[in-house]
Design a binder for this molecule. Structure first.
Ligand SMILES: [Zn+2]
Length: 227
């Protein structure tokens, strides 16, 4: 609310893998002139730069453990303090659950700011599974095909060298569906939290890319998103 004499726009971008977040984030970033802060990039940068929180985070990452929320939030606050984030940021990949959303609110509130908007890109489960599945790989040379968007001329056979195509366990629809169920449950929890705080806006992610971008931008207006 401009307690520091300027308004900071903190946008939380929500969407399942395959919902198009990776496509929309840079478009929104360019439109708003705010940096796109993806948690994964943040971890890598903090570790590379050897900042105190980066070193703390590295201890967990090296052991293959999740970085605790307080360390992640400390990194986010550091990032918010950098010159290019003066007017705000687009957060991607955090918060992932309700506890993280609560902790983020408390940390931002201590700085006199808050989440301005949580934008959720909604895509039905079946569409997500279709978008993410169907990858087939040439067993000899690694040539990549997709049964939805880049089919081989003959099923199961590489166009280029005639080798058999194989499907990794991770690329099978059933595997993706099981993983996605868990992801969607966490996302729903975060969306419900932001719905209660009044900042959630949902956008239909099945539309063409440009329409999704327009809808997201429309929902950033102070009174945007009547639907
Ligand atoms: Zn091949």
């Amino acid at each position: 609310m401009g307690r520091q004499g300027r308004s900071v726009t903190v946008v939380v971008l929500l969407g399942a893998p395959g919902a198009g977040k990776g496509t929309q984030a840079p478009l929104l970033s360019a439109h708003l002139g705010l940096p796109h802060v993806a948690t994964g990039d943040l971890f890598r940068a903090a570790v590379r730069d050897g900042s105190p929180v980066g070193l703390q985070a590295r201890r967990f990452m090296e052991r293959g453990q999740l970085v605790p929320d307080d360390i992640t939030i400390a990194m986010l606050l550091d990032r918010l303090g950098q010159p290019d984030a003066h007017d705000g940021v687009i957060l991607d990949g955090f918060p992932r659950n309700r506890a993280q959303a609560v902790a983020l609110d408390a940390a931002l509130s201590a700085r006199g700011t808050q989440v301005s908007r949580a934008l959720s890109i909604e895509v039905p489960l079946d569409d997500l599974v279709r978008r993410l599945s169907g990858r087939w790989v040439c067993s000899v040379s690694g040539h990549v095909y997709n049964e939805h968007s880049n089919r081989p001329k003959a099923p199961g056979v590489c166009d280029l060298d005639g080798s058999p195509l194989v499907q990794r366990e991770d690329d099978k629809a059933e595997t993706i569906r099981v993983r996605m169920d868990l992801t969607l449950a966490s996302l729903a929890e975060v969306a419900e939290y932001y719905d209660r705080t009044g900042v959630l806006r949902s956008v239909d992610g099945v539309q063409p890319i440009v329409s999704v971008t327009e809808a997201l931008i429309g929902d950033l207006a102070p009174d945007g998103g009547a639907g």
